[in-house]
Write a new protein. Structure first.
Length: 276
């Protein structure tokens, strides 16, 4: 039984607070350790101060990787990529990393303006956009499925959560690694998102309204690149937290290479007891 974490980082990448564990944790214990961290850390904290996901720094299988990061459910997270870069890189550094949910090594860079720039998995486009049963665009990113909805942005959180779960069920996505239902508001060149992410949070599947979502931001960038048939440069996407992430997408024939960028604040670091 694991009773204490020696190195736990709490990171804020424009919202979506992440807990990053640097101790060696056996993979079979990821779910139980993640659930303990979430329950104990979030107890008596305000909603906007709570952890939304847990990831584990581990030894990379690929010898070309500088470091490796696994989400508790094996899914992919763009925000976790930015957190890993903030923890492992200094200004103007770059390296390759192994991230759960991605089949390729990903470049992460740190510039001298305090930004972390993370490569997202390459998206291979089949030539035709796919749609859900409800006729919403669906983009199957590595490690997380994205459904984009350009309406109902101002509906209540309860309504949006309910309709998100219905869409997941209607499209038989309940056993996916992760699914994001992304409500989008577009005013001229300004884009705002409200992502609801369904994933195994600890020992059970839950749907959470993210305060920031790098993968959803990436999906929006890919969608724009597809419909505009061109490369996207530093598109600003306003997150529910009010902060922004930026997405660039390089278009090469039927392949799209996305890069997510933003600032990451390290809220705290140190040991953490798993026994209350």
């Amino acid at each position: 039984m694991i009773n204490k974490i020696k190195k736990l980082y709490i990171c804020y990448p424009s919202g979506n607070i992440n807990a990053i564990v640097e101790d060696y944790i056996p993979k079979q214990d990821y779910f139980s350790v993640a659930e303990k961290i979430i329950n104990l850390y979030n107890k008596d904290r305000l909603v906007n101060e709570q952890i939304e996901q847990v990831a584990f720094i581990n030894k990379p299988i690929n010898k070309k990787a500088f470091s490796s990061l696994s989400l508790s459910g094996g899914e992919f997270s763009g925000n976790a990529v930015l957190c890993l870069g903030a923890l492992k890189l200094k200004n103007r550094q770059e390296n390759k990393f192994q991230i759960s949910g991605s089949k390729q090594l990903l470049r992460i860079l740190a510039d001298n303006n305090g930004n972390i720039i993370g490569q997202m998995p390459i998206y291979k486009f089949g030539g035709q956009l796919m749609y859900t049963m409800e006729k919403f665009p669906i983009i199957f990113l590595q490690g997380i499925t994205q459904i984009l909805i350009f309406k109902n942005f101002n509906k209540s959180r309860t309504w949006l959560k309910k309709i998100s779960l219905r869409i997941i069920k209607n499209n038989k996505l309940e056993k996916s690694l992760a699914v994001a239902i992304v409500f989008i508001k577009r005013t001229d060149d300004v884009l705002k998102i409200k992502p609801f992410v369904y994933f195994k949070r600890g020992l059970r599947y839950e749907i959470v309204r993210e305060t920031s979502c790098g993968s959803a931001t990436t999906a929006v960038g890919i969608y724009l690149s597809i419909i505009k048939e061109k490369t996207i440069n530093n598109q600003k996407i306003i997150q529910p937290s009010g902060d922004s992430l930026f997405i660039s997408v390089k278009k090469f024939s039927n392949q799209f290479e996305p890069y997510l960028s933003g600032k990451v604040k390290i809220i705290s670091q140190g040991s953490f007891n798993l026994i209350n």
